[in-house]
Design a protein around this ligand. Structure first.
Ligand code: PEP
Ligand code: MG
Length: 593
């Protein structure tokens, strides 16, 4: 072949998609596009008196799948030109299939008639429909077959809370591209292999986003029509700061991003030098800076960033990606790794905060379908309902208290009665451990409450009488105060912890704790944002817990602040009634620093 005839392979065109940046940094690498994948479906019999509940579980999975498809539809509507229309048709077909079609009716009937679990009923129904369509030997039905299988896979994923895949065996630096990632999926990402991720669905304060920040993985969510645009192995850049995802970047674009990534890494190294400097304001007030951890793999990062302790250990990871909840012994062994690694620094361990978007397959059987899972059986409510779960957790925590200073933190507390009930369970567990002569700390570890429900914040003075400490969870507090789903990218722009209502609840809670002389910390995401430091310190907070990656920046900010000045700023901010004005006041002050 002559040189003239040899055409160079055509490079796919560069394309920039815009989403919401939720975890800063730049990932450059080969895409790993998450395909729904093959799901192993268990089959088991359902007792006659549990069939109604199984049908309800299926109905709930259908409702959730419909919601997902509607969200994808909204995203598709924002696409340019015919792409919106094409994807719209496809998603319309999916939502029709989820609205009382043969598939849905057939599955429901199988559960009722054959007394089998919903997953098995879905997969058997799909197999039967597929056979019928194939027998028709018709292009139209062949195309519908893909839709039926897609919808079936969506239902199965919802029913089984299945992670898409283990994200092992990936080329180093892979960028995960997926429709949606659950916290359980994110927990499976090894930062040595995964460079970052981008998804179609997801909000800024969702737990997958929080996990990405903790792992230091650049991430962008809410990117319309992302999945169909590229294949595994294609080159992609995810900019978690600006929310831009560049597919098939041109050499010049790559060069620009590589330079930016090098610059960010240089800045990180500079900040790392702050590690051993004290976290103290200019006028000499010590501020405790601790790390929020959700996986054992994050301990080194927290110590490397100079964390003075663990202010929030989310224990949900122990329950994820497995069939049964962990035993007391297993939890003890896992917690001991944290306590020993922290080497005498305090560790605040939170009891299971499952439910809502943090679903774990191992406890899914305890939570019945709910129309409003964020308001449903979750967190401490679940622990108090399923006592063996709580007893095993408390026993593991008490046992580990013999190896280092720990505090026990209760999520989603709403009433003083809940705290009292936990104390009763704890007393019982303590008596049992003492009878068995198992060493536990004396005095017992402090028992505290997350203040993340507006009702709890408003009764902080009563709660302070039954709690040994408070930790303010601004993520849920903002969500519940403003009625904005923290994980929903459609309302992400409305999620504003600077809303005066949220700030007043933080102020009221802090004052109640200070009056009662119990320690108070903030462990929601605002603690890790240096812009808010002046306000939190000015309101009286002296203990902040955040993703390890945020520690150096926040410490730098704290070392430039003066408590007297911060107090005056906070007072003038608390006189305001408009979140926009408050943000502008903070920006002005921070720009002066
Ligand atoms: C919060 O709600 O602010 C919090 C720290 O808890 P989580 O993010 O785990 O719900
Ligand atoms: Mg919370």
């Amino acid at each position: 072949m002559s040189a003239q005839q040899q055409k160079p392979a055509k490079r796919p065109a560069e394309q920039v998609l815009q989403g919401i940046g939720v975890s800063p940094g730049i990932a450059i690498g080969p895409a790993h596009v998450v395909e729904p994948g093959i799901i192993e479906v268990p089959k088991y019999a359902i007792a006659a008196d549990a069939i109604a509940a199984e049908r309800a579980r299926f109905a709930d999975a259908v409702a959730r799948a419909l919601k997902q498809v509607a969200k994808l539809h909204d995203k598709a509507d924002t696409l340019p030109g015919s792409a919106a229309e094409e994807l719209g048709y496809l998603l319309d077909a999916h939502s029709q299939m989820l609205s009382g079609s043969r598939l849905v009716r057939g599955v429901d009937r199988r559960i009722a008639d054959q007394a089998i679990n919903a997953e098995a009923a879905v997969s058997e129904e799909i197999a039967e429909i597929s056979q019928a369509f194939l027998a028709m030997d018709d292009d139209y039905f062949a195309a519908r077959l893909d839709d039926v299988r897609d919808v079936g896979a969506r239902l199965l994923r919802g029913l089984m809370a299945v992670p898409y895949q283990a994200f092992s065996d990936l080329p180093e630096g892979s960028v995960i591209i997926a429709e949606e990632l659950s916290p359980a999926d994110t927990a499976l990402m090894d930062p040595r292999l995964v460079g970052g991720f981008a998804t179609v669905i997801g909000g800024i304060q969702g737990h997958a986003a929080i996990m990405a920040r903790s792992l230091g993985l650049p991430a962008v969510v809410g990117v319309p029509d992302l999945v169909g645009k590229l294949h595994s192995g294609d080159s992609v850049v995810v900019d978690g700061g600006t929310g831009k995802v560049t597919l098939n970047p041109k050499p010049a674009t790559l060069e620009r991003y590589e330079a930016r990534r090098a610059e960010l890494r240089r800045r990180q190294r500079q900040l790392a030098r702050l590690r051993d400097l004290p976290s103290v304001t200019r006028d000499g007030v010590n501020i405790m800076l601790q790390a929020n951890l959700e996986l054992p793999g994050e301990i080194d990062g927290a110590l490397g960033a100079g964390a003075q302790g663990v202010g929030l250990l989310r224990t949900e990871f122990m329950y994820m990606n497995r069939e049964d909840p962990p035993s007391e012994d297993e939890q003890y062994a896992t917690l001991r790794v944290f306590i020993e690694a922290m080497d005498g620094r305090p560790v605040t361990v939170r009891t299971l905060d499952a439910g809502s978007d943090k679903l774990a397959f191992s406890i899914a059987g305890h939570i019945q379908p709910s129309l409003n899972p964020a308001l449903g059986l979750r967190a401490i409510r679940l622990s108090l309902k399923v006592r063996p779960l709580l007893e095993a957790q408390l026993a593991a925590m008490l046992r580990v208290s013999a190896h280092g200073p720990i505090r026990i933190l209760l999520p989603m507390i709403g009433t003083t009665a809940e705290v009292r009930q936990v104390r009763e369970v704890m007393d019982k567990v303590v008596r049992r451990l003492r009878r068995r002569r198992v060493p536990i700390a004396d005095p017992l570890p402090p028992l505290g409450a997350m203040i993340e429900v507006p009702g709890a914040a408003l009764s902080a003075d009563s709660l302070a009488r039954v709690c040994d400490f408070f930790s303010i969870g601004t993520n849920d507090l903002t969500m519940y105060t403003l009625a904005i789903d923290r994980g929903d990218e459609q309302v992400a722009a409305l999620f504003d912890p600077l809303h005066p209502a949220v700030l007043r609840l933080i102020q009221f809670t802090t004052e109640a704790a200070l009056r009662a002389r119990i320690p108070i910390a903030v462990c929601g995401e605002v603690a890790g944002d240096p812009r808010y430091a002046v306000l939190l310190l000015g309101l009286g907070i002296r203990d902040l817990s955040m993703s390890a990656v945020s520690l150096p920046l926040v410490k730098q900010r704290i070392r430039s602040l003066d408590i007297g000045e911060a107090t005056r700023r906070a007072q003038s901010i608390m006189d305001q009634s408009d979140a926009g004005v408050i943000a502008a006041m903070l920006d002005d002050f921070n720009a002066l620093a």
